[in-house]
Each structure stands twice: as structure tokens, then as C-alpha cells.
Design a protein around this ligand. Structure first.
Ligand code: PGA
Length: 246
């Protein structure tokens, strides 16, 4: 079933004390409005926050092999083992700064589902794609290459985050209409590949400079089920306002 979701992506920010404070400030002030709230935190804080948090803590990354000679990596199995339930896959920073390609993202998605981690699969076009009017094709191709091998049941446990690359961390947001149009498109290709029931069951959230000032107009759109929030998730006041704007 489509859920309302507001998820913070802390990226590589905050020291330990700040991480605890931010988690507490949000946990202690969650409005009762049926929104599922997550914080995707740096891996060094996963275990600590998982133990104390009353809101969901997710991992920003995980390696698909269970164990082995992969110096510096943390496996999805290890993440699951400490009680984490959710993971980001395909974030544009992983795609563009760390060279994660569609085949690797497919492997990560399979590993996450195998370990019963709820994947937030991120997709989105670059500015160039949009200027060349290739944005629908790009997003379709990302879904096709990394997700559409899944069976319908597995697909229903994936949350899709549409994050246009040109809007991430830039202050520039897709208009509610632009975002809604893409979310509707994403749902239509899922319906075509699977069926309408599957398309209607999947939450599609928006990310890219989502902030208190624009959250409510985005969340009012028919096909937008919430947000993946970067910069504004680092301030409890802003993040709580975004949650409240549903
Ligand atoms: P932003 O980041 O809200 O700072 O644009 C969103 C994201 O990268 O998930």
C-alpha cells in the first residue's frame, strides 16, 4: 500500500553528538499524522542510533556481497544483522561520484531484498537529459535496468525516490507539476511492466531541494507520496516542518 514517507538523508554530515541530538529532536516531536519518518545516517552511527531511536534508521549504502576481501565496505548482511530495516540504493551521488552503474545497482537491489532490507531506489535525470527532453526515457531506463527484473511481489516492497540530479543540493526544486508528471510516468511504466495493482501499491517520493517552503505544494500532488530530504533534514525544525506539511 502507498505510504506517506518523509526520509532524511544526512549524507556525510554531523559529529556523534550532533547526530544524537538531531535524532532525539526529531524522535521527540513527531506529529501524529501517519507519516513514516526515516533518518538515513552515516554508517558509523547506524548501530548507536538504531539502539536508541524511536524513528526508523536507514543505511545510506551497503555492499552486495555478504563477506569477503572488500576493505572499507559494509555488507548488507552486516547492516541487517544490527537491526537496520531500510537502505538507499542508486542515489545520484553514488552513481556519479562513485561510478555505480545500473548492473551494480541491480546487484545491490537483489542483495537488499534477499536480506529483507526495504530499498529506497533513487532515480532521476541530469540537467542535460532534461534540456534534451530525454528525462522520461532516462528514468525509464534506470528502472528497466536495475528494477524491472524483479517479480511483482518484490517490486512492491521497493520505494522509489525520484530525484532530478539538477535539483539535488542546488536550491533548485522541480515544480510540483514537473515532479508530479514524472511520478505519474513512473507509475505508468510500473503498471505497464507489472500491473495497475502493483503500480498503485508503490510509494514514489520526491527528492531535490525539498524544504519547508515547498514541501506542502509537492506533497499535495496526486502522485507524490513524500520526500527524501538532504540539506533540510539536518535541521530538526525544518525537517519537522516538512513532516508536518502533509
Ligand atoms: P537535497 O538532497 O534535499 O539537499 O537537495 C536530496 C538528496 O540528495 O537526497
Amino acid at each position: 500500500m502507498r505510504k506517506k514517507i518523509v526520509a532524511g538523508n544526512w549524507k556525510m554530515h554531523l559529529n556523534k553528538k550532533e547526530a544524537i541530538n538531531l535524532n532525539e529532536a526529531v524522535s521527540n516531536n513527531i506529529p501524529q499524522n501517519n507519516v513514516e519518518v526515516y533518518q538515513f545516517v552515516p554508517s558509523v552511527y547506524l548501530d548507536m542510533l538504531q539502539e536508541r531511536s524511536t524513528i526508523k534508521i536507514g543505511a545510506q549504502n551497503g555492499y552486495p556481497e555478504d563477506a569477503g576481501a572488500f576493505t572499507g565496505e559494509v555488507s548488507m548482511l552486516q547492516i541487517k544483522n544490527i537491526g537496520i530495516q531500510s537502505i538507499l540504493i542508486g542515489h545520484s551521488e553514488r552513481r556519479h561520484k562513485f561510478g555505480e552503474d545500473e548492473q551494480f545497482l541491480k546487484e545491490k537491489l537483489d542483495a537488499a531484498l534477499y536480506h529483507q532490507l526495504e530499498p529506497f531506489f533513487c532515480c532521476g535525470e541530469t540537467l542535460q537529459d532534461r534540456e534534451q527532453k530525454n528525462h522520461f526515457e532516462t528514468v525509464h531506463e534506470q528502472l528497466h535496468a536495475s528494477c524491472f527484473h524483479l517479480g511483482a511481489e518484490a517490486m512492491r516492497s521497493v520505494i522509489i525516490a525520484y530525484e532530478p540530479v539538477w535539483a539535488i543540493g542546488t536550491g533548485e526544486t522541480a515544480t510540483p507539476e514537473q515532479a508530479n508528471e514524472m511520478h505519474e510516468f513512473i507509475r505508468s511504466v510500473i503498471a505497464k511492466r507489472y500491473d495497475q495493482t502493483t503500480a498503485d501499491a508503490i510509494s514514489v517520493i520526491y527528492g531535490g531541494s525539498c524544504k519547508p517552503e515547498n514541501a506542502s505544494s509537492l506533497f499535495q500532488q496526486q502522485h507524490i507520496d513524500g520526500g527524501l530530504i538532504g540539506g533540510a533534514s539536518l535541521k530538526s525544525k525544518d525537517f519537522l516542518e516538512i513532516i508536518q506539511s502533509f
